[in-house]
Unconditional design. Structure first.
Length: 421
């Protein structure tokens, strides 16, 4: 918790409205005390992160401009030096650099320009003749051919990766539908941000369901990636939806998920058969009593953002093993209760958020960014959080990130919703 971990301490002096006073990240091990300017904050670290991202963009533009610079530099070298010296090394490098960066048409243009750059001086000064000149021309033409081959292979690889991403996203949407914006009188928003490292389908999951016992939620993270993780996600969500309707207690729902994973483990081979597990947090929001009940099975604790900007981590009174590891120890699940007043928002997330790192390897602290802020709704909260994580990591997250925000409306919000209907 930001401010006072033991209770609902003050969240600091960060500005409300979802924007920093100085527009920069806070630094340090915990990224400051509360928003911008909190204790321990370091604007220099944030400026360094943004400066690093800007420098990376400049470097990419420079690299993309290298083929043209090499062609111009080689031609200038040919003109400025006597005949024994040649700019062929520049002309050879240009298409090789263009091949993985440019389209096929642009690579062909660079290759043709390289050949013309070798021929042009001889057409002006003297006819094309001599073994050295022919050797230079054959060298450039050969390298041009290799560059076009590299370009084709890179393009095919990119198409396969794009296709894999589309398949992964389609499978993800099939097993992980986005919840409705309003469920059981609560405002709900969810985001799934896939890591940019590869196209593997992750095992992050979320589900929200209105039941006779109140609104029940599940957020979890299956160990591993790929189709095996998707199968486990589908089993968990299916088991949760059935158990949430039938079981009278949140602890019983957790046990149903445990048994579902145990059955799934008997059908899986290899390492997943003995090390398959899922960190998960289940929550139950009863109607009308202003509380939330939570069962945490080894998952990052939810955050409660109150209407006045205070942030509290809903930490479990005692740790528990993830789902799927029941054979290592058996003890009853115990739900714990926390206040959930009107106007406040619960944020559930997977470790892709809390373990996101900046260039220096420092973990992201969502509570520090949330403290002192107010948002129009859960969707705006998640949009701002996702954008801040992208800035913090430079756009290169290493793990998938599932986010679920649930806001309990105030009486005024409910009246406005009724008037709109």
């Amino acid at each position: 918790m930001v401010g006072q971990r033991a209770g609902y301490g003050e969240g600091g002096d960060g500005p409300a409205g979802g924007a920093r006073a100085d527009g920069r990240h806070t630094g340090g091990g915990a990224r400051g005390g509360a928003g911008a300017g909190g204790p321990g904050a370091s604007g220099d670290d944030g400026a360094a992160q943004y400066g690093g991202a800007e420098a990376g963009g400049v470097l990419r533009r420079v690299v993309r401009g290298l083929p043209a610079l090499l062609l111009v530099g080689g031609a200038a070298y040919d003109i400025a030096t006597p005949p024994p010296f040649t700019g062929v090394p520049f002309f050879v490098a240009a298409p090789l650099i263009a091949a993985p960066l440019y389209t096929r048409r642009a690579t062909v243009v660079v290759a043709v320009c390289a050949v013309l750059a070798v021929i042009a001086p001889h057409l002006v000064e003297k006819p094309l003749a001599g073994v050295p000149t022919l050797t230079e021309l054959v060298t450039v033409v050969t390298v041009d051919g290799l560059a076009l081959l590299i370009n084709r292979l890179v393009r095919r690889s990119g198409e396969r990766l794009a296709s894999a991403r589309v398949i992964a996203e389609t499978a993800q949407r099939a097993v992980l539908p986005v919840p409705a914006a309003r469920i059981g009188g609560l405002r709900v928003a969810a985001r799934y941000e896939a890591a940019q490292a590869d196209a593997s389908i992750g095992g992050d999951l979320f589900a929200v369901q209105d039941t006779p016992y109140g609104v029940r939620l599940l957020v979890g993270d299956v160990r591993g990636k790929g189709l095996g993780a998707v199968e486990a996600v589908a089993i968990l969500i299916g088991a949760f939806r059935e158990a949430a309707e039938q079981e009278s207690s949140l602890e019983a729902v957790a046990q149903r998920l445990e048994r579902a994973l145990a059955r799934e483990g008997t059908r899986r081979d290899g390492l997943d058969a003995v090390e398959g597990f899922t960190t998960a947090v289940l929550a139950e929001i009863p109607r009308g009593d202003g509380t939330v009940r939570v069962v945490n099975r080894g998952h990052p604790e939810p955050l409660l953002l109150e209407a006045d900007g205070r942030v509290a981590a809903l930490e479990p009174p005692e740790p528990a093993l993830p789902l799927g590891m029941g054979e290592l120890g058996a003890w009853p699940d115990r739900a714990y209760t926390a206040p959930y007043p009107p106007g406040s928002t619960l944020l559930f997330h997977t470790d892709g958020l809390s373990e996101a790192r900046d260039a220096a390897g420092v973990f992201y602290d969502p509570a520090a960014w949330l403290a002192g802020r107010a948002f129009p709704g859960p969707g705006e909260l998640l949009d701002g959080l996702v954008e801040d994580v992208r800035r913090y990591t430079g756009g290169g997250a290493d793990d998938d990130m599932a986010l679920l925000a649930v806001t309990r409306p105030t009486g005024t919000d409910r009246e406005r919703g009724t008037a709109r209907r």
